[in-house]
Design a binder for this molecule. Structure first.
Ligand code: FEO
Length: 161
């Protein structure tokens, strides 16, 4: 693994662990605000982000590199209303997409063909991540301040596997 690719992978592992940490904080915030279904959805998201980090980490190991674990910043504790929170989720996933695309540019320039194939999984995954967040934001916008609507959405998100 060349130096630029190594650096990009390490930094993305850090970003995925930060995402995990942020979703865990979001889950705790929704739990405290009694939106248990949203808290569950966010907890599952936390687990997915951890898996993303580990997938990158294992790929580095398979390529004979030893990943360096970088510091992970503490996330915020309060994310406001469910709509405010999920708008932050959407903005965050768009940011992650831009990072993955930048990383893809690096592996293209460095002619790392194996990394190109591996990162395609992440490019596809980001399309789904943004679509899911955008769908939830749209539903929450429709519900507005109507508690009945919010409770229905909470129940739907609570069913996430
Ligand atoms: Fe690891 Fe939400 O992208």
């Amino acid at each position: 693994m060349n130096e630029k690719v190594f650096k990009a992978y390490n930094e993305q592992i850090q970003a995925e662990f930060y995402s995990a940490y942020m979703y865990l904080a979001m889950s705790m915030d929704m739990e405290a605000k009694n939106f248990k279904g949203m808290a569950h959805w966010l907890y599952v998201q936390y687990e997915e982000e951890r898996e993303h980090a580990l997938k990158l980490l294992k790929f580095m190991q398979e390529r004979g590199a030893k990943p360096a674990l970088l510091p992970v910043e503490a996330p915020a504790a309060d994310y406001g209303t469910p709509l405010e929170l999920f708008k932050k989720v959407l903005a965050h996933e768009k940011y992650v997409t831009s990072r993955i695309h930048a990383m893809y540019e690096v592996v293209l320039a460095e002619k790392d063909y194996a990394a190109q194939v591996e990162l395609q999984w992440f490019i596809t995954e980001q399309v789904e991540e943004e679509a899911n967040a955008s769908d939830i934001v749209a539903k929450l916008e429709m519900a507005g301040d109507h508690m009945g609507g919010l409770m229905i959405i909470d129940g739907q998100l609570g069913a996430r596997k």
